[in-house]
Design a protein around this ligand. Structure first.
Ligand code: C5P
Length: 206
């Protein structure tokens, strides 16, 4: 069984996906980490991230691998663990540009579709594009202020700067982020993390 949890930036997707996956005893798959790793690799090589040809050949020359675990996903470049470097403000700033290239999306999608089910997949287009056959689909939202306040615990900037960056990323991500027609939309604003996890678990097909 595949369960998809999509949603806007900082809507709590990975914490929710991790909690749901743990309750089901399956791994979760954090698709955004592959877009983040592609961005980091391009930045480290000082590539022009708007130029997809150079970026794709750079990605194909490097063995990037997503390891889905229920307690947290990791991204490996050969033997090197990149995970700790993927949530920086610099990667946040450029990732939407990288993720907008159809060729980069195809590179990510191929890796995701090769993973053995069952799992919980989180991202932007898991329910619409990558796993349209999923057994259950969810889409998480919350106001920009609520999301910025949550992120403020993880980033050095103040809440107003984080909120502005989130709103900009929402705009850039619009084309790749929309609820599937058969997704249940959940406003996480008034709910605790556990509340969102329980809402999802209670509506899963038995
Ligand atoms: O989920 P997270 O915020 O870590 O994702 C980082 C970025 O990766 C998003 O802002 C978006 O540009 C891109 N992304 C995407 N499709 C996905 C997951 C992430 O375009 N399925």
């Amino acid at each position: 069984m595949i369960v998809t949890i999509d949603g806007v930036a900082a809507s709590g997707k990975s914490s929710v996906a991790s909690g749901v996956a743990r309750a089901l005893g399956v791994p979760y798959v954090s698709s955004g980490l592959l877009y983040r790793a592609a961005t980091l690799l391009g930045q480290q090589a000082a590539l022009d991230l708007r130029e997809v040809t150079g970026l794709i050949s750079h990605l194909q020359a490097h063995a990037l691998r997503l390891e889905p675990l229920s307690e947290g996903n990791r991204v490996w470049l050969g033997e090197q663990d990149l995970t700790g470097d993927l949530h920086s403000t610099q990667v946040d700033r450029d990732v939407s540009v990288v993720a907008a290239h159809p060729e980069v999306r195809a590179w990510v999608d191929e890796q995701l579709r090769a993973l053995p089910a069952p799992f919980v997949a989180e991202g932007r287009d898991m329910g619409t594009n990558v796993f349209p056959q999923a057994a259950a689909k969810f889409y998480l939202t919350a106001s920009p202020r609520v999301r910025a306040e949550r992120r403020a615990h993880e980033r050095p900037e103040d809440v107003a700067a984080i909120e502005a960056a989130l709103v900009e990323r929402d705009t850039l991500d619009t084309t790749q982020s929309a609820p599937a027609e058969d997704a249940r939309v959940i406003d996480t604003g008034p709910l605790s993390l556990q509340g969102v996890i329980e809402t999802i678990l209670s509506t899963l097909p038995k």
